[in-house]
Design a protein around this ligand. Structure first.
Ligand SMILES: [Zn+2]
Ligand SMILES: [Zn+2]
Length: 534
């Protein structure tokens, strides 16, 4: 029976280009999606651009354009970068789409109906002259850290993100009047109501969530969950479907994570799948994966499950939490202000996408932060991709091409290798399902290492003169290994998989061992990887 798989890749924030930190955190989603598709399972893999919130309005202000211009600009850039890295989302959208807004508003009303959203009055900055509450970016004042000019959301000098209540000497940006505090109504989400249920969720998820995610979430729970404002004094975002809240928008923390549901629902509808049944906690065939960087852990392990529980549609709570550490650059933290952020576009311009994908999985921040340097990248590429994988294919096929006109004669395949290959599919498959991708790719390269040793020990260049039958067995067995490598690496390195398949006229990728039949004619031999010289 086919399994139902939902994979939610985190929604990158639309205020900068996709960089290698995004890539390291999000790539596991694409690998897992490709693997399950290769099993014939029913995969819904979704994500989109997070386009609301103050960093975007702040940037828009700086450039003197509307927030929409900023959101769309970076959204398009993300779409391009994901495409360049061969991500295959079933739907990659953005939170500014009408479809997302509509479903979020429905969920919002459902939470009100279920008693998990309530009204609370707090004090906020008001301009008496303009006669209105000021949104964070309509407030100007002094930064509490450097004394520079700041808005209610950010310091323009030291670029610290601020809350309006931290800013000193506040004035209305429009008319310059001093602000006064007045009572303002907001809607709050009763996060505290879910303390016990989230604790139970974490206790039952220790084997399927990454360790870091379990640890981080427990820290939050130990402090006790507190209710959070679900509305914000802003004019950019999703409108609140309640009268009297026209000057506010739904807080971004609330609506962005709901994007997994709003997009998955759209994909399900396009395919004629009953989304309520698909997503149900009573669907025994369903596994959900949420893939993100460690700074996003509590949104996925606490807030999102609490929202699901509050909405009350009986959806499955996150089964697999796939959170990654950070990428450091030459041993220092990456940041825009340090200017040491490498964007995905810069990488793709210089290097093969499959080699980048290989490196980000095999050396990625799965368990701890990773260090990226071009030297480490080149070393891994040269050693594993050129020296092991590329070499195995090339030494086999160039010899056959030179001496035997590219024809590999049908012969008996080494039984031991057949057994080993079958076992490898089982083992690597289980690792990918657990999101242990580094171990999965290491297993595959151990197999390739074994294959090279096998070739060396058999010495086919001698066998072909001394015992042609033994030679045929060796080369047919090696062709069998290469054919199976094309399936094993497909979730990780889709382009390389296709190149191998083209050389041997192999069937489309499926997660299963390939059996060979008859003589094989090698199509034009293509070098899989070139050495990187720094
Ligand atoms: Zn400052
Ligand atoms: Zn004013």
């Amino acid at each position: 029976m086919n399994r139902d798989i939902l994979i939610g890749g985190a929604w990158p924030y639309a205020n900068y280009f996709m960089h290698i930190g995004h890539l390291a955190a999000l790539l596991p989603g694409d690998v897992i999606a490709r693997y399950y598709r290769g099993n014939g399972d029913n995969v819904i893999y979704v994500s989109g651009t997070d386009s609301h919130g103050t960093p975007i309005t702040g940037r828009a202000k700086k450039e003197n354009v509307s927030p929409e211009v900023i959101a769309k600009r970076y959204h398009e850039a993300f779409v391009k970068s994901f495409g360049a890295m061969d991500f295959e989302y079933d739907l990659y959208t953005a939170t500014f789409t009408e479809e997302h807004k509509k479903i979020v508003q429905e969920y919002f009303l459902k939470l009100i109906k279920n008693g998990y959203i309530y009204e609370k009055t707090i004090q906020q900055d008001y301009c008496e002259k303009c006669g209105k509450f000021l949104s964070d970016r309509e407030i100007v004042g002094k930064c509490p850290k450097c004394g520079g000019e700041a808005t209610g959301e950010q310091c323009d000098s030291c670029l610290t993100t601020l809350n309006a209540d931290e800013v000193q000497d506040k004035h209305c940006k429009e008319c310059g009047s001093e602000t006064v505090l007045r009572d303002n109504k907001h809607l709050y989400f009763k996060l505290s109501a879910f303390q016990k249920q989230i604790e139970d969720l974490i206790n039952s998820s220790e084997n399927t969530w990454r360790k870091q995610a379990v640890g981080e979430s427990r820290k939050f729970l130990n402090n006790g969950l507190i209710d959070r404002a679900a509305t914000r004094q802003l004019d950019w975002g999703i409108k609140i479907p309640v009268e009297g809240y026209e000057d506010k928008r739904i807080y971004v923390w609330f609506e962005a994570v709901l994007g997994y549901l709003t997009t998955a629902k759209r994909v399900a509808e396009q395919r004629g799948i009953d989304f309520e049944k698909f997503m149900s906690k009573d669907n025994p065939n369903l596994s959900t994966y949420y893939v993100h960087g460690k700074d996003n852990i509590p949104f996925h392990t606490i807030i999102f499950p609490a929202l699901i529980l509050g909405i009350g549609n009986g959806y499955q709570l996150p089964k697999y939490i796939v959170s990654s550490g950070y990428v450091n650059m030459n041993d220092t933290k990456m940041s825009k202000s340090k200017g040491n952020l490498i964007t995905v576009d810069e990488l793709v311009e210089k290097y093969d996408t499959d080699s980048i994908r290989y490196f980000m999985i095999s050396n990625g921040p799965e368990k701890k932060d990773m260090n990226f340097t071009e030297e480490l990248f080149a070393q891994a590429h040269n050693k594993f991709l050129v020296g092991m994988l590329g070499n195995f294919v090339n030494r086999n096929f160039s010899f056959i091409n030179k001496k035997f006109d590219g024809i590999i004669k049908e012969a008996e395949i080494d039984e031991k290798i057949v057994e080993m290959t079958k076992e490898l599919f089982r083992k690597v498959g289980a690792l990918i399902e657990q999101a242990e991708l580094k171990s999965a790719i290491d297993e595959i390269f151990e197999y390739i290492g074994y294959a090279n040793k096998y070739y060396d020990e058999k010495e086919p260049w001698k066998q072909c003169k001394e015992d042609i039958e033994e030679f045929n067995k060796t080369t047919y067995t090696c062709a069998y290994i290469i054919a199976n490598i094309s399936n094993l690496i497909a979730p990780f390195m889709p382009k390389t998989s296709l190149k191998i398949k083209k050389m041997l006229n192999l069937p489309e990728f499926k997660w299963e061992p390939i059996t060979l039949k008859g003589d094989i004619k090698i199509n034009e031999l293509e070098l899989l990887f070139n050495r990187i010289e720094l």
